[in-house]
Structures are given as structure tokens and as C-alpha cells.
Design a protein. Sequence first.
Length: 609
Amino acid sequence: MNARPAGPDIDTALHTVLARHGPDRHALVQMLVDLQAMLGWLPRRLLADLAAAIGRTPGDVEGVAGFYRFLHLQPVGRYRLLFSDNVIERQQGSHELMARLCRQLGVAPGEPRGDGAVSVATCSCIGLSDQGPSLLVNHRLVVTHLDEQRIDQLASLVDHEVPLHDWPADWSHVQDTVHRADVLLGSTNAPGQALQAALTRGADAMLAELQTSRLRGRGGAGYPTASKWQACRQAPGPEHVVVCNADEGEPGTFKDRALLRRQADALVDGMAIAAFVLGARRGFIYLRGEYRWLLDELLALLQQRRAAGLLGARILGRAGFDFDIAVHLGAGAYVCGEESALIESLQGERGTPRIRPPFPAEKGYLGLPTVVNNVETFCAVSHIALHGGDWWAGIGTPQSTGTKIHSVSGDCERPGLYEYPFGTRIARILEDCGARHTQAVQVGGPSGQCLSEFEFNRRIAFEDVPTAGAFMVFDRRRDLFEVARGFAQFFAHESCGFCTPCRVGTELLRRRMDKLAAGAGSRHDLDVLFELDHLLHATTHCGLGATACNALRDTMQKFRPAFERRLQSLHFAPGFDLDAELSVARRLTGRNDEAAHFAQPVEASRPPP
Ligand SMILES: Cc1cc2nc3c(=O)[nH]c(=O)nc-3n(C[C@H](O)[C@H](O)[C@H](O)COP(=O)(O)O)c2cc1C
Ligand code: SF4
């Protein structure tokens, strides 16, 4: 594997991609991903030729390519290094390590070096915060456990243009870090065993078991899985579609990463069971671009299952039960985890969330009734098929049945994966992971809740503290203002820009937080942050905008001193220094008397000592 393969020219690359996908306009995102893997970036002429070949306009194709952060419309370095930028890895020194690497390589962040050899930038969390700081190389290789020594060696490898396959293998070794396994992570079921159990039960009885289990989706919203399948099953359409959401974009979450590696058969069994219940023939796994390094293993597993009669035509020898799965790679857009944006991306479009209703269960992929479920949800389905709905409903709490996997990161001795029955207290998880002097826990990632130590007796459950899986621990050394600021930057970066309240609102949040960080804020700025929270909740088009202020609001309410000690004034402080702005005019006019200065009434509004 060279940094960038001494690759084909534009025409050969285009020819190869068209031969692989056919002139299918809906395969556009995959074609772009493949073309970039061959050429390193996407020249304009290529996009125009591709547009002509698949019957789309050049503007349309460029618009799609421009949406995804992992697709480059300008040349990038032959080595493209992306540091995972989440608050946990920042606390572990990722920014300092990136600055060190940039110094050593003589490169400015975000700009390719003059000789085109390398570019260094940040990206949102790459799902390795249990073994960070981490980075991605050319979107296909990960480097974990970064420290100064590793950075220095890495700089030397890049400077000598050492091919990626000659880099130390242990750098890319990703541990699964399972510290507590229960039903899902501890499963030893044979491939196809759960699927066989579902076939034996029959489609109606399988759906009834799911109903009995009261399984709720693990992707965040907690929608009852049986109701979703039932709605999809009843929706008219020439065919039905099953989609697995493996986008796992919520910073601090990495449980699907482990399930995809350790329990991929349970996942595929779950998807095949959905296909059996719905009568679907087509399935997709939407794998986030950051997990490109998992792709080959996943494709090999699907191939093994085809060979074993567990996927493809006449599954388990059953006439009429034909179902196959394609893996679709994302390209660096958090919003594509939202199910309707994900479907747009699957269809070769920008990942803009749709107006709902209609929901995907009625009109999803290409307008067909489509079930979208999280990786963990499908794994849970396979266990329900084997052991029945009553058994599953007996685990957890009445409203939140079964187990939940937590991705624990931050200030604790044993970061990694912990699976517990629903109803487990926060304090128990903290104790098990070896957390000391904990000040706060962010449950469910930036869009979740921030809990203070007075709340550690609360329970993980949809009816108390719901979660999609991230569990970020902050001890008393941490500045929660900086944590909240990191989250504000994340949402401003990931807003898809489609609706004004989110596009503008997340940027206003980010700027207010920067103003406070610069020590130029007042209580008025805190009031504005609360107003923005209301606005985002009430007016945005999708869940990204609606939840963008959650962590900020919680932190402001529960850790107010972290904000107040940054205030310059309790009343109002302008965002810029008017007197300083006038300095150029003073210099040009040669005036520097008292009347040439603009007095700001700062002293009058300073808080009392
Ligand atoms: C901004 C945003 C990002 C999301 N990201 C994910 C994700 O990475 N994985 C996921 O399963 N669900 C994600 N969701 C939730 C999905 O829209 C959807 O509810 C889920 O995939 C349904 O599966 P479930 O019923 O099994 O939970 C996200 C939602 C929003 C609003
Ligand atoms: S809320 Fe944000 S992410 Fe969602 S559609 Fe609007 S701009 Fe896009």
C-alpha cells in the first residue's frame, strides 16, 4: 500500500469505476469514493466526465462531491493525515501533537506542503477515543496511542515517503477493549443460528416475539423496533429494503466498531431476519468513512456467508428467500447518521435530511418502504430470535428492556466497552471503569446529557438517562467550559447548512463561546446562549440542530462558575475593542490626544471584587 498508489490516469480510473458500478446515477457517492481512492482527489474534468456518463449535470455532481468532507475537490498531500478532534483526545494532547507534527514536516494545518507530499488537518471523532490520540492516514489506515515519540517517527516515515504497508503494524492495531460483556458482546452463537430460529418460528411469530421483547432502537431515539418493522411491512411497495446504520458519528462512541468486528454475524443475522419478516431482497450497511479500515473484513464475512448459504439466493435452502447486502461507505459527514440523510447519501445525493413524514418505513430508499436500524439493534434482534421476546423483556427495566453497550472514555483507568442491563446506575459504571474524583459525565455524546456528581445515582434507561452509547468521563482537573466549547465547535463544523436556524445558530454558538474564552464576555452572552438553545430546539429541521445546545445548556446550568470566571462584565461587554480598532486612524492622522480615544464603560460594569 503506497501513500497514494502510483495510480491510473483520469480516464482509466473513470473506466474502472463505471465498469464496477455501471452508469448508475444512484451510485454516485460510491463512485466518488472509489475515484478518490485511485486518484487522491477529484479533478473538475473528472467530475464533468462522470456526470456525462451517468446522466447528471456537472453542477449536480460537484454539489454532491462538495458536501462530503472526505472528498477533495482540490489536491491534497500524498499523505493525508487527519487527527481525530474530539474533546477527550484534545485532553490527551492531540492539538499539541498535531502542532509538533506540522512543525517537523514544515506544513501548515489544512494546506498541502509545497512539494505535495503531505497535508495535516483535523476531522471529527474517528471512533477511537478509548485508544487515542489517534489519526487517519489517507482515509484507510489508523494510528492509535499517539505520543511525541510516535509523532517523530511518523514525521520521518512521511518525509522519506515510506509506503503505508511498511509502517509499524502495531501502530494500527485496534484493540476491542471489552471490559464487561453481557448478552451482545459475549455472544458465541454460530453464524446463521439466529436466522434459522427465526425461519423456524415464521415471519408473523418473529414479529410477535419482537413486540413482546419491547426492544427499542439503540441509535439514540429509542423507537420501538417492532412498530417500525410493522409499519414498513404494511407499507405498499414493489419491494422493501433493510438498512443498517453503521455511521456511528456521535463523538466518543465506538461500540458499533467492536460489534462490526466481533459480532458481525449477529448483525447480518439480524438484518436477514428483518428481510425475512418484511419480504425484503436488498440490504445495505452504511459504514462510516472513518471505518474504511473495517471494510475488507466485512466484505470477506459477507462473501463467506454467501458461500455458506446464509446470504444471497435461497437462504438456508428456502425457496423465495433471497436477500443480499451491499456495503456503502460514508465520506465524513456526521449528519449522514440521521436516517433520512443516510438514505439520501445511499441514493447518491448530498446528505440533507428529508422532511418527514413520510418516514423511511413508508418511503425510504428510492421511495421504497425501508427499515433503518442501528448495528446494536440488529444484533439484539438476533438474540431475541434465538431466546424469545419474554427472555429479552426480562432483562433491564420494563420500559427499557435488554442490555446496552457503553463506550467509556476520558478520565478513568480502564476506558473501553461495558455492556450492562438497562437500569444500571452511572456510579456503577464509574466504579467499574476506575474513574476517580469525577466531576461530570457526558452521556450520549455531545447531543446527550451532562451529569454532575449529584446525579451519579441516576440510571441508564430511556425513562431516566437515555443514551446512544457514549460515556465520557471528566475528573475535577477538567475545565467544563472548554468541553462545552469543543462541542459547540463540533456542531458548527457538522451542520449541513440546509436550514438557517442551524447553519447560523451553531455558528453563533461557536463565536459566543470563543468570545467568552477570550475573556471578553458578559452575563448577556450567557443569556444569548440560552436564547440560542430555545431557538435551535424549536426551529431546526433535524435532530442535529435540535440537540446542538444540549451539552452547553447542561454545563451552563450545572457548572456555572466555569463560565462566570471568564466574564469580563456581569452586564454587557462588546465583542471587539472599539478603541483598539481606531488605532490605525490615530496613527494615520497623527492624533493621540484624549479626544481621539473611545472610552468604553468597562469599569462601571465590572463585577464587584
Ligand atoms: C444528527 C444525527 C445523527 C445520528 N447518527 C446516528 C448514528 O451514527 N447511528 C445510528 O444508529 N443512529 C443515528 N441517528 C439516529 C437515526 O436517525 C435513526 O434514528 C436510527 O438509525 C434508527 O435506528 P434504531 O431504531 O435502531 O435506533 C442519528 C440521528 C441524528 C439526528
Ligand atoms: S438542523 Fe442542521 S444538520 Fe439538520 S438540516 Fe438543518 S442545517 Fe442540516
